[in-house]
Design a protein around this ligand. Structure first.
Ligand code: AG3
Length: 277
């Protein structure tokens, strides 16, 4: 008898699904905040799923984690204190710690169980969480940024989609608190979903950030397992412009997606994306 096939589908839109064959359900849990699953997929290796949405996979996590980390960290000339809001899998922390000048990287995650499951089942991604320069703080990111002022050089918002626990991370009041939480020359980046499916969100976030930060830029990357593959990131900065970076001074670090030649090219937007903002 043929072996039974198991498939996981993320319903990316009401009318579209993204389906992968799975060989094993490694772990599932209903946490205080969301439903969590770690799946073994054939195509992408292990996959972290939260509330039915693919967060990261072993095969393509580098695309997202490098893009959301190295663009801001190579835009700031001397990032020493960095905070990640969300990002419980630890992938962004791993990338941040590739920068020698970073003294401390804080992971501000609301859901302890995401960190624990990632430490146990996704060691390739979570490996840097035990580094001595990393510090994990389990708390609500919104509360954290509003209670700390003038503290970070760079803040990276690695949230889930704007539903459930992450809704508040896409609101104007949060970006204002991020502004206050940054030092006088600080900058931040947030993941802001797909330019194919989330145009209203991208537009709203861009204009909210623009009304608070002197410099606001949108950049794009390709992440195979996310809706449409094309993904956006919004950067708000008090002083440094990613488009003014002297790319000849970017240090070589070990990356598979990011490189100095891409740094500015990522900000060149297709016409339909220019029209969103
Ligand atoms: N955070 C962004 C995931 C968004 C994916 N959306 C979806 N599949 N519908 C990723 C966390 C990785 N550290």
């Amino acid at each position: 008898m043929a072996e039974m096939e198991l498939w996981f589908t993320e319903q990316q839109t009401p009318d579209l699904g993204f389906t992968c064959k799975i060989t094993k359900t490694i772990y599932t849990a209903k946490t205080q905040y969301q439903e969590l699953a770690i799946l073994e997929t054939k195509q992408f290796g292990r996959m972290l799923v939260l509330d039915g949405a693919v967060q990261t996979t072993i095969a393509d996590e580098f695309c997202y984690h490098e893009l959301i980390s190295h663009v801001p960290l190579f835009t700031h000339p001397n990032p020493k204190k960095v905070a990640v809001i969300g990002g419980g899998d630890g992938g962004v922390i791993r990338e941040i710690l590739k920068h020698d000048e970073v003294e401390k990287a804080y992971l501000i995650e609301i859901d302890r169980e995401v960190i624990e499951a990632s430490k146990k089942y996704l060691p390739e991604i979570s490996c840097a969480l035990d580094d001595e320069r990393a510090e994990v703080i389990i708390t609500d990111g919104i509360k954290f940024v509003s209670e700390n002022k003038n503290m970070f050089d760079v803040i990276i918002v690695d949230s889930t989609d704007p539903v459930g626990p992450a809704v508040g991370l896409f609101q104007d009041s949060f970006y204002k608190a991020v502004f206050e939480c940054l030092k006088e020359d600080g900058l931040f980046v947030a993941q802001t979903e797909s330019p194919f499916y989330d145009q209203d969100l991208i537009k709203n976030v861009f204009h909210a950030v623009k009304s608070i930060f002197p410099i606001t830029r949108l950049y794009l990357g390709f992440i195979p397992t996310y809706p449409s593959g094309l993904w956006s990131f919004t950067l708000g900065s008090k002083r440094y412009d990613p488009l003014e970076v002297d790319i000849s001074r970017i240090k070589r670090i070990d990356t598979k997606y990011y490189n100095p030649e891409l740094h500015k090219a990522l900000f060149a937007l297709p016409t339909f994306v220019q029209e969103i903002i």
